[in-house]
Design a protein around this ligand. Structure first.
Ligand SMILES: C[S@@+](CC[C@H](N)C(=O)[O-])C[C@H]1O[C@@H](n2cnc3c(N)ncnc32)[C@H](O)[C@@H]1O
Length: 240
């Protein structure tokens, strides 16, 4: 069985639960997508016909955000989950400018099935499934598929630089989820277990932000920076 096949993301019930609740437990999900849209408007939208690559696309929520700004986009969506890709196909049933690739990052690193170069390569909440070594290889892959002047952005969880900080970030995350539940009037204990599950699951392999920024610079990206961070959630990237 592949590494993806062993992960919880291969289970449609787990995936369905994520789709239903991600807006709540990724507390600033909307804000991070807003930052991505602002970044896209500022750096990418003027480039004529744009090609974008959405890595670990899930149900296509990231591409949906970009298409809400700009119709002049050809998008390639990659995810190993047939369930997620089906949901993306449903979402974009009226669009003919979307290509779907069913593959894990490990598959792509083994056999590069991506034919194009892109103006914008983006990923949300997926690259942390890779080991440090695999992340570095994926950054090389991403750089090789960017057009000169194109950008990469990753919206993802990161590991705190110390255990003390990690403990506090988990506490903060819990407090944010409780606030969010109170705002939304949810009294069920929906997320009691989420932090424990996040920490325990073998497929979650976050690295520190510093390590990933350094890896991007070493790979050859320019203007590498963290664009936003709250607790373990970060938005970072660079330019080719
Ligand atoms: C938390 S969801 C994020 C989906 C979407 N990008 C979003 O922001 O809602 C993680 C996604 O990563 C995908 N995934 C899990 N393991 C992966 C791997 N090894 N390679 C590529 N994608 C993977 C899952 O199928 C899932 O769609």
């Amino acid at each position: 069985m592949t590494e993806f096949g062993r992960s919880r993301w291969a289970d449609p019930d787990f995936t369905k639960e994520y789709r239903e609740n991600a807006d709540i437990y990724i507390v600033e999900r909307g804000r991070m997508f807003g930052i991505m849209r602002s970044f896209y408007r500022h750096f990418i939208s003027d480039a004529g016909r744009k090609c974008i690559l959405d890595l670990g696309c899930g149900d296509g929520v990231v591409t949906h955000n970009l298409l809400s700004l700009d119709n002049d986009i050809s998008a390639t969506l990659v995810d190993p989950s047939a369930y997620m890709l089906d949901k993306a196909r449903e979402r974009f049933s009226d669009s003919d400018n979307i290509t779907y690739v069913q593959a894990s990052f490990q598959d792509l690193l083994q056999h590069d099935r991506i034919q194009h170069d892109y103006n914008f390569i983006v990923s949300s909440q997926a690259i942390h499934h890779l080991s440090t070594k695999e992340k570095k290889r994926l950054f090389v892959f991403i750089l090789s598929h960017l057009k000169t002047g194109g950008y990469f952005m990753n919206i993802d969880v990161t590991l705190a630089p110390s255990e003390n900080l990690e403990d506090w970030y988990m506490q903060l995350w819990n407090e944010w989820m409780n606030d969010r539940k109170a705002d939304l009037g949810i009294d069920r204990d929906l997320f009691k277990d989420i932090i424990r599950r996040y920490k325990k699951a073998d497929e979650n392999r976050p690295d520190t932000l510093e390590e990933q920024l350094n890896a991007l610079s070493e790979t050859g990206f320019r203007e590498v920076d963290c664009f936003y961070k709250y607790g373990i959630f970060s938005v970072y990237g660079g330019k080719k």
